[in-house]
Design a protein around this ligand. Structure first.
Ligand SMILES: C[S@@+](CC[C@H](N)C(=O)[O-])C[C@H]1O[C@@H](n2cnc3c(N)ncnc32)[C@H](O)[C@@H]1O
Length: 315
């Protein structure tokens, strides 16, 4: 495996927001190379515990190495964070003091051409974070309908030439499948009118992001997981989520709002009759953003937003 390279985003801000108690139990649901997890471990006593989850085998191997000095207090699992509740149950854990999600892909995944995420390289179209999964980017590109492809490129990539790109893909595959990242990047480039090609970075950047989000079901998984994570938290426990995409951020913001104010009674009702009680409060009315210094040193941080929810258990 090539060396694992990834700079953790919003590191200090996230660790401060997590409020680590030395004897507490914490979960990093997107362990990656273990950058955030290492800082959590440094604050734990030998009674504290960190459970790290990642669906990517390379990330697991890198984190095992990075966290080896703390192996007595760390458990690393190759899994999807959507299975967090059941994975923890199997370890005999039913509640925790804090959960962290740092969404999206690691620089390692993007840089390793063989993983098929990179529009600057030429490798089989793959983009699976979990290589045990069957759906690949090649399947999406070669089997989805033109309408579906256009929707994905428009919604997940905010690509204004989504329709033209989807049309090109479908036309190309009538004669031969699109097999590699290089072929797809060229096809996208040629579908975009020349004067807009280099408007916002590489012309294939937005479409590659969109396809990656689809292959890994990133939005569905996030949407289906946050309520369960909030339920796992002990009183005062915190859920910290770093997003990199406006749709992800919206899902997080809405989940926090729903858990802060779950009452579904019509506003004209004088008292609540639905019985749904708030589960806690959002600590970040506005998301925490990286400093200019951080974005200068790490362009990946530019779109990062951190939101924090604190569980309050009503007595
Ligand atoms: C941005 S990186 C995390 C980097 C890490 N915080 C660090 O500082 O080194 C995101 C990681 O989350 C993993 N990931 C993304 N979605 C996941 C999911 N649904 N379940 C488990 N892991 C996921 C990816 O494989 C990737 O390794």
């Amino acid at each position: 495996m090539m060396e694992f390279r990834h700079t953790s985003v919003l590191l200090r801000e996230t660790i401060d927001s997590l409020h680590v108690r030395p004897d507490g139990t914490y979960v990093d649901g997107t362990l990656g190379g273990g950058g955030h997890a290492l800082e959590v471990c440094r604050l734990l006593s030998d009674k504290g515990r960190l459970i790290g989850i990642d669906q990517d085998g390379d990330a697991i191997a890198a984190a095992q190495d990075r966290l080896k000095e703390f192996k007595d207090r760390v458990t690393i699992l190759r899994s999807n964070y959507s299975a967090m509740v059941t994975e923890l149950e199997q370890l005999g854990i039913t509640s925790v003091d804090g959960i962290l999600l740092d969404l999206g892909v690691s620089s390692h995944q993007l840089d390793d051409a063989e993983r098929g995420f990179a529009y600057r390289a030429d490798a089989p179209l793959d983009m699976r974070m979990d290589t045990r999964q069957t759906l690949t980017a090649a399947d999406v590109i070669n089997t989805y309908s033109e309408q579906e492809l256009a929707r994905i490129l428009r919604e997940y990539g905010e690509e204004r030439f989504a329709g033209r790109i989807a049309g090109r893909i479908v036309k190309q595959r009538e004669t031969r499948k699109v097999e590699t990242t290089g072929e797809l990047a060229d096809l996208i480039r040629n579908a975009i009118p020349a004067k807009y090609r280099n408007e916002k970075g590489h012309p294939a950047k937005r479409s590659f992001q969109a396809i990656r989000i689809e292959v890994n079901r990133e939005l569905e998984v996030l949407q289906d997981s946050l309520d369960g994570m909030i339920d796992l938290l002990n009183d005062g426990g915190r859920l910290c989520v770093i997003t990199f995409h406006s749709l992800e951020d919206r899902i997080v913001k809405q989940a926090f709002r729903r858990n802060e104010n779950p009452c579904t009674c019509p506003p004209e009702f004088p008292v609540c009759v639905c019985g749904k009680k708030p589960k806690g409060r959002t600590l970040t009315r506005k998301p925490i953003l990286p400093t200019e210094e951080e974005t200068e040193g790490n362009s990946r941080a530019k779109s990062a937003k951190l939101r924090v929810f604190e569980r309050v258990i009503q007595k």
